[in-house]
Each structure stands twice: as structure tokens, then as C-alpha cells.
Design a protein around this ligand. Structure first.
Ligand code: ACO
Length: 368
């Protein structure tokens, strides 16, 4: 039997930090409200495009695995905040790491895109289609945010991370998962402005309005993730007591706590880093996984549980057996270009581009 071991991991967080105090100068909100309702204290705002963030994360993951970019056979790029729809994001990473002619595709299930990508890449390795894969979760939410809407602007951030999978005869890597979607509730999380529907109405790319029913999303997130945890564990014949560490999607600390309670998983065995990054959509789980490894919270042979939910409303949970190695084989000197600008200034320039588009660009258009 062939398995798909996770042999490399790497993250890339843009350096500019937007704190709750910064946000309370832009919106009618407060650090106290944001921390008490969400657990978030700060988030990152990127000064570079999505491909750049993902490339640095990918280079670090490859170095950690000791795998040359030219040896990669498959690239799966999980995101909902593409630089471009065509060509896709994965082909850009293929070119940057020199992996021609590896297969390269994007996957979009919003915040669960990395985990769904982990599923498909693992399946392609386990069935012998490819021998290895690079799976990326990366998001550049800030240009698509409605920075006038306090209901959503306080929740999200930018970031990227990647893992390397390699065929293995040992029983490790992703062992079982539960994937699902509440399509009937898809309207409760919709970003108006991202997609052809709006382009055809002349909406300027990046001008958005978020349809976001926070409390309904909250309820379905808890139900979807806790149910998926139980099913994924049942598929590997394990109980919550046998899980060494839970690395959940980080959208709201209260959601994480509610899922842990329902699934019978004590918070001491749940990895949380939402306070520093907010919800980075598909990047949250792989960034948290990298930081759990850095913090020595993942031991060799550990059983990990990775629950997620996102727009769609997609939900899932993945049971992963970690391998023998918990430290990177190598490092890389690949870095982001330097940034001198504070996060608020990056945002100000981004908003200026939206309200003063280049000559010939489509004009902003009211939603209706
Ligand atoms: N600052 C201050 N007040 C605020 C803010 C803010 N940033 N945002 C909302 N409020 C106000 C509301 O207007 C409301 O005021 P009102 O009572 O006068 O109407 C009040 O605070 C309470 O709002 P609630 O919606 O009841 O707050 P709740 O405790 O439910 O928390 C939250 C809201 C944080 C959005 C929560 O519902 C949540 O986390 N939901 C899940 C959302 C999520 O994480 N989605 C991620 C999916 S993203 C993806 O997949 C791409």
C-alpha cells in the first residue's frame, strides 16, 4: 500500500501588522470587542501579490523536505483570492520553482481549499498517478476586503503556507477525511464583486460587498466541523482521546472552543494562533501546522486532526499520522522583497487604486 507522507512544510507571513488599535482608528470598533468576540489581536497585510507569498512558502517547504523544485510532479494551489483566474496560480508556482512539466491546478473551496487540496494530492499519490506533490494554501484577502464594513474587516488577514507530500510505504500522512458542504446555505457567505457576475456589470475588480451572516456561519461551522471530526476519527478507528493535537481552521476562537467541546477534545490539545493572524482562509491550517511544528507541539508518529470550514459552506476534517521527522531537512534564502510601509499605508494605497482606477479600467458600480 502506498501512503503520502508530509515531508516538508513552510510558511510565509507578510511583515506588515494591522492591529485592532489600527482598525479602531478606521472603523467603529474596539480592541475589546474584537478580542472578546473573535480572539484576534492583529493580522498581516501583504505588500506583494499572492504568487509571491505562495512562492516563498513553497520554497521553504521544498527546502524542509530536501526536494528540488525540478522534481515536483504535482502542484495544488488552494485559494479563493487569485491574482488571476487564467492562467491559474499553480502554473505560476510551477514556473517559479522550475517544476516543468508538473501537473498544476487550483482548488477553491474558500477556507477549506488547502485541506481539499491535501485530499486530492494524497489520492493522486496513493493511486500512483504522481510520486510527490506540493500543496499550497495561500490568500491575499486585503485587496478584496470591504474596509468600511466592521462586520468582516476585523476578521481576516493575508498569509501563505505549503506542504510537500511524498510517496511512502509507511502508514503516514493523510489517513482518512470527511468532506462536505452545506450548499443550501451558500448565500450566507458571499463576496459580491469577486467573479464574472460582477465584471459583466462593470464592477471594478477589488470593489466588494460582503454578504456575511456571522451567527449563521458560526452555527454551521461548529456543526460541520465537529461532525466531520467524529466521522474522520471513526474512519481510522480512533477516538478523540487518541488525538495528539488538533490543528483547526482559525476563523474565531469561540468557534474553535465550541468544536473542541462538542468533539470531546480538550483545548490543551488544540493549537491556536488566531490571535496573531486572524482568518487567513485557506492559509490558516498550513500556517498553524508549521507553527505547531516550530513550537514542538507535533511529536514523531502523532495523530493530528485538522478540521476546517469555509464559503460554500464547505466543511471537513482530516486525520493525519505524522511521520518520523519533526524538523526541517534544510532552509532556503528565498525571502519576500523588503517592505518599509506600515499596514495602514498599504491599505490606503490599495483603496486609492480602487477609487482612482487606471485610465480605461471599468468603473466602480453599485451592487444591486
Ligand atoms: N466592532 C464592534 N461591533 C461590531 C463589530 C465590530 N467589528 N462587528 C459587529 N459588531 C456589532 C454588530 O453590529 C452587533 O450590533 P447590534 O447588536 O447593535 O446589531 C453586535 O456587534 C453583535 O453582533 P453579533 O453578530 O451578534 O456578534 P457575534 O458575537 O455573533 O460575533 C462574529 C460576530 C465574530 C462575526 C461571529 O458571528 C463569527 O465569528 N461568525 C463566524 C464568521 C466566520 O468566522 N466566518 C469565516 C468564514 S470565512 C470563509 O470561509 C471565507
Amino acid at each position: 500500500m502506498t501512503y503520502a507522507a508530509i515531508t516538508g512544510w513552510g510558511k510565509c507571513l507578510p511583515p506588515a501588522v494591522l492591529t485592532n488599535h489600527d482598525l479602531s482608528g478606521m472603523l467603529d470598533t474596539s480592541d475589546e470587542w474584537i478580542v472578546s468576540r473573535t480572539g484576534i489581536s492583529e493580522r498581516r497585510i501583504s505588500h506583494v501579490g499572492l504568487e509571491e507569498l505562495a512562492y516563498v512558502a513553497a520554497a521553504r517547504a521544498l527546502a524542509a523536505a530536501g526536494l528540488a523544485g525540478s522534481s515536483v510532479e504535482l502542484i495544488v494551489f488552494g485559494t479563493c483570492s487569485h491574482d488571476d483566474q487564467v492562467p491559474n496560480m499553480a502554473s505560476g508556482i510551477q514556473r517559479r520553482i522550475g517544476a516543468q512539466p508538473a501537473a498544476a491546478y487550483d482548488i477553491n473551496t474558500a477556507c477549506t481549499s488547502f485541506l481539499y487540496g491535501l485530499s486530492t494530492a494524497t489520492a493522486l499519490i496513493r493511486t500512483g498517478v504522481v510520486r510527490n506533490a506540493l500543496v499550497i494554501g495561500a490568500e491575499l484577502i486585503s485587496p478584496f476586503m470591504d474596509w468600511s464594513d466592521r462586520n468582516v474587516a476585523v476578521l481576516f488577514g493575508d498569509g501563505a503556507a505549503a506542504v510537500v507530500l511524498e510517496a511512502s510505504a509507511r502508514e503516514e500522512g493523510l489517513l482518512a477525511e470527511k468532506l462536505g458542504c452545506y450548499g443550501e446555505a451558500r448565500e450566507i457567505l458571499r463576496v459580491q464583486g469577486m467573479g464574472g457576475t460582477y465584471a459583466n456589470r462593470g464592477v471594478l475588480y477589488g470593489i466588494t460587498r460582503w454578504q456575511f451572516e456571522g451567527q449563521e456561519i458560526f452555527k454551521r461551522a461548529v456543526a460541520g466541523m465537529s461532525g466531520a471530526c467524529e466521522e474522520a476519527l471513526a474512519r481510522v478507528h480512533k477516538t478523540a482521546a487518541e488525538v495528539d493535537l488538533v490543528v483547526p481552521h482559525q476563523a474565531n476562537l469561540r468557534i474553535i472552543e465550541a468544536v473542541a467541546k462538542r468533539a470531546g477534545l480538550p483545548m490543551e490539545r488544540v493549537f491556536v494562533n488566531i490571535q496573531r493572524y486572524g482568518n487567513m482562509s485557506s492559509a490558516t491550517v498550513p500556517v498553524a501546522l508549521c507553527e505547531a511544528l516550530e513550537a514542538r507541539r507535533v511529536r514523531a508518529g502523532a495523530l493530528l486532526l485538522l478540521p476546517g470550514f469555509g464559503g460554500g459552506l464547505s466543511f471537513c476534517a482530516h486525520a493525519v499520522r505524522w511521520g518520523a521527522r519533526v524538523t526541517p531537512l534544510g532552509t532556503t534564502d528565498v525571502e519576500l522583497p523588503p517592505n518599509e510601509l506600515p499596514a495602514a499605508e498599504i491599505l490606503r494605497r490599495c483603496l486609492e487604486r480602487k477609487t482612482h482606477p487606471a485610465p480605461g479600467a471599468a468603473s466602480a458600480h453599485p451592487f444591486g
